[in-house]
Design a protein around this ligand. Structure first.
Ligand SMILES: O=C(O)CCC(=O)C(=O)O
Ligand SMILES: [Fe+2]
Length: 296
């Protein structure tokens, strides 16, 4: 399948909501063993999301990253937890692994609020010296175009770009675009996530300042099951969905709107990156935020 086809979503909804109102455009393409050339031609250049299969089977992380291993190797480190990139405190990674077991046993009340998520731990350049996380997975050739990583790129520009995400079942990240308009790949090491993604053309309907680009969980801010009394403009957003399994990589380009819910306990890595085709957007945003040239 070389293009996204418009089919009915076969995955279960996150929760009851209008699923048959025509806003869901279908499933994001899943492609097995895509070559770099095919990826560039069919997804990267046209700026179209894709789920990549069969490219991480031999990653050490796929076999090594059990709870026990994560606990032994990085359990003593301080990591942020919160909702939708709003930090609500720092805990030891081992404590978060205990917490998600408590969620699994039904000991945490998640009726009003999804569980706490250990997301937004951008471990690269963390003073705790945990760059060894990256020893357990390679950067695929198709993502090795990252200008942030090139030796000529100024080091003072230090985007928070390499993250480890560990989630309890049910953690949720609301719709947003990634920092500065970077491209993003999300490798699923353990567990499944239900994603919805939407073209940047739908930004005007995404409550950017009030909701999408501010941290914190907001009930009903969900493309698949929006609270249309609170967020009526969301009715205009058309989105693609995918249930992404362990061993699969979700890739989406600059400024695409995305949300994700963990259907199981999850472990994943995410990288945000810059190349020739999003450089102007990223640098423009960087300068804008830095020098207050742009309204947020
Ligand atoms: O995995 C998730 O919950 C979403 C993560 C995300 O949006 C990101 O890493 O940019
Ligand atoms: Fe994101």
């Amino acid at each position: 399948m070389s293009t996204m086809t418009v089919t009915e979503s076969i995955s279960p909804p996150l929760r009851a909501g209008p699923q048959d109102d025509g806003r869901c455009l279908g499933e994001v393409d899943k492609r097995r063993g895509l070559t770099q050339k095919e990826f560039i031609a069919e997804y990267f250049k046209p700026k179209k999301p894709v789920v990549l299969q069969g490219l991480m089977d031999d990653w050490p992380a796929m076999t090594k990253w059990t709870d026990e291993y994560l606990r032994t190797r990085w359990g003593h480190l301080d990591v942020p937890t919160g909702h939708c990139f709003k930090s609500e405190g720092t805990v030891k990674l081992a404590e978060y692994l205990d917490y998600r077991q408590a969620v699994e046993r039904g000991e945490v009340d998640v009726s009003e609020m999804p569980p706490l998520y250990m997301e937004g731990w951008y471990y690269k350049n963390d003073p705790q010296d945990c760059n060894d996380i990256q020893d357990d997975y390679p950067i695929l050739p198709m993502f090795d175009v990252d200008w942030f990583e090139k030796s000529w790129f100024p080091r003072y520009f230090d985007p928070r770009a390499h993250g480890l995400l560990i989630g309890a079942k049910g953690v949720y990240t609301k719709p947003h675009y990634d920092q500065l308009g970077t491209h993003s790949w999300n490798a699923h090491i353990r567990g499944r996530k239900r994603w919805a993604v939407a073209d940047p053309m739908y930004w005007p309907y995404c409550y950017e300042k009030e909701a999408a680009q501010t941290g914190g969980y907001l009930p009903g801010f969900d493309m698949e099951a929006p609270d249309l009394e609170r967020y009526p403009e969301m009715a205009k957003i058309h989105y693609w969905t995918s249930t992404v399994e362990a061993g699969e990589i979700m890739w989406f380009p600059t400024m695409w709107l995305h949300q994700a819910k963990s259907l199981d306990q999850t472990v994943g890595v995410t990288h945000n990156y810059m190349t020739g085709n999003n450089f102007r957007c990223v640098m423009g945003r960087f300068l804008g935020y830095r020098f207050g040239l742009m309204k947020r």
